[in-house]
Design a protein around this ligand. Structure first.
Ligand code: NAI
Length: 291
């Protein structure tokens, strides 16, 4: 039996799209899965499907943005399946608009789910994982918009940049341990993220869902990757302990352009401040307090 067979995983946003694809792939690889989502009705349907497919699953209704719900959710999952050693912080919402047209309420809603939700997941499960020891893995779903900031999606895109940054720090903090970290940066994936975004924003801001926009986005999404194949890719990346998980290489030239801009800015820096103590520590391992 190879990893993750027999392990127990906790997947957020598991009632739809990429989260469901990850759950299906984990079940196929022999893992037990706690399916966590805010949408209880869909969770029930998904649990039925996976149980019929021979999987061992449990459902946990959870709003990832509510830090107070996490401990009980983790307890419920572990009572049902045993110690969780795989955490997939996948739940996320899109939406928003240009910066000057994004109400603070909407900005906060997106950040609480996409950014705080991932922090809560890690701060709930990591102490449990560390105290038990053994191989474990944490996977956060960000987006290609984290590497290529997208105009018109200010809250979403910047929340996903935070997710990549959070994952990078986490990887550094867990270096040399048995806990692997991955960050998923998908391009377009054929899910219903457009529908849930419009519905939730309508509820949150008390405005009518924009049916035309939902349909327009739906047309683009429908041409995206198959969420089940993305789920399979996630499991393979966790098995291989790969950090970045990209779904499409088409974006590479654009990302390269961004890094060229960074290189150019470094080349133009005249170092008028002298050497930096933190850089000395990070680049050559010197202790700035020793000098
Ligand atoms: P989806 O809308 O099909 O699935 C998201 C799931 O998260 C839904 O089941 C929803 O009920 C759940 N959810 C929403 N708010 C929640 C909350 N507060 N607590 C718990 N669960 C909650 O969307 P999709 O596309 O599968 O999204 C999954 C992740 O993939 C998200 O983080 C999204 O930002 C990311 N992503 C999606 C892309 C795409 O093209 N579909 C591209 C890049 C990233």
């Amino acid at each position: 039996m190879s990893w993750p067979a027999g392990e127990a995983a906790f997947v957020t946003g598991a009632a739809s799209g990429i989260g469901l694809g990850i759950a299906r792939a984990l079940v196929a690889a022999g893992a037990k899965v706690a399916l966590a989502d805010i949408d209880g009705a869909r969770l029930t349907e998904v649990a039925r499907e996976l149980t019929e497919a021979g999987g061992t699953v449990t459902t946990v209704e959870l709003d990832v943005s509510d830090a107070d719900q996490w401990a009980a959710a983790a307890d419920r999952a572990e009572e049902a399946l045993g110690p969780i050693s795989i955490l997939c912080n996948n739940a996320g919402v899109s939406g928003g608009g240009p910066v000057d047209q994004t109400p603070l309420e909407l900005w906060r809603w997106i950040y609480r789910i996409n950014t705080e939700g991932q922090f809560s997941g890690v701060s709930t499960f990591l102490p449990r994982i560390k105290s038990r020891g053994g191989r474990a893995h944490i996977m956060n779903t960000a987006s290609m918009t984290a590497l290529l900031p997208t105009a018109g999606l200010s809250a979403y895109s910047s929340s996903k940049i935070a997710s990549v940054g959070f994952s990078m720090v986490l990887r550094d903090e867990l270096q040399g341990s048995d806990v692997g970290v991955s960050v998923l940066c998908p391009g377009t994936v054929a899910t219903r993220i457009n529908v849930s975004a419009e519905d939730a924003q309508a509820k949150l801001l008390g405005r009518q869902p924009d049916a035309a926009l939902t349909q327009q986005m739906g047309t683009v999404l429908a041409q995206g990757a198959d969420p089940d194949m993305v789920g399979q890719q996630v499991v393979e990346a966790m098995q291989g302990r790969k950090f970045y998980i990209f779904t499409h290489s088409d974006f590479e030239p654009l990302v390269r352009d961004l890094y060229r801009e960074v290189e150019q800015a470094f080349a133009e820096t005249d170092d008028r401040h002298g050497p930096d103590p933190s850089a000395r520590m990070l680049v050559s391992g010197e202790d700035p307090l020793a000098s």
